[in-house]
Ligand binder design. Sequence first.
Ligand code: SF4
Ligand code: SF4
Ligand code: SF4
Length: 267
Amino acid sequence: MNAPIEHSGKPRVAVHKFSSCDGCQLAFLNLGEDLLTLAGRVDLVHFAEAGPLDPVTDVDVAFVEGSVSTPEDLERIRHVRAHSRLLIAIGACATSGGIQGLRNGVFDAQWVTQIYSHPEAIASLERSTPIASHVKVDFELWGCPVSGPQMLAVVNSLLLGVAPRDNADKVCTECKRQGYPCVMVTRGIACMGPVTRAGCGALCPSLGRDCYGCYGPAENANTGALAAQFARQGLSPQAVVQRFQSINSQAPVFLAAADKIRIQNHD
Ligand code: SF4
Ligand code: SF4
Ligand code: SF4
């Protein structure tokens, strides 16, 4: 990662949207008072959803939400990279191509003509890809959406001149620390927590439901063991594939897990 911010003036920060639903920007906005405090410490030059509009000025930190899904996205991400000292990709769309990545490998131009009354107005790339597939990314924050406090922690780390902490541990560790009953052990519900990156505080198990992997793959994720466990719980091979092919379907670890199951089942 480039050197953290170190200068006397207010650091310039931008928040850019690419192909996305805006949910990660909302996580930023939902910080409320903390965002107002932050706004006093930085110069927020571009954040269309919050008001400031200046996507071209050089900045110290650019937060990028969304995947690269259109030719325009591709051109714009290069511009953003060239004009940002640090680039932080936020959310599943930006880190793994997002839910729109489900079209990768099965995109058919015919769909566009069948779905849209003016197909000539649609300019989509065949694949939805993460930001890091196109430009250097200094730090990635996973999640769909990312959590506001996580984003705040990254900004605070950069303002303090230290590298942000990357927590690639598993959701299970957060779940255990909080003392939530394990839905897989106690209720036989298939849960992606053992292979999913921590950061959400085990939100879904705290509500008695399974993790569906929205924070993407954890470090050293044993997807083979979890797939075998899901099969023992009665999930069909197709259902197990679907567990890995969801919001972070294009994350290489989840993609490989799904491919392996397909090959094993001659699908
Ligand atoms: S990661 Fe999820 S919440 Fe964030 S922009 Fe993409 S779809 Fe929306
Ligand atoms: S509920 Fe899910 S995240 Fe929690 S311990 Fe069990 S498997 Fe892990
Ligand atoms: S428990 Fe899993 S699905 Fe739920 S918010 Fe956390 S990472 Fe996402």
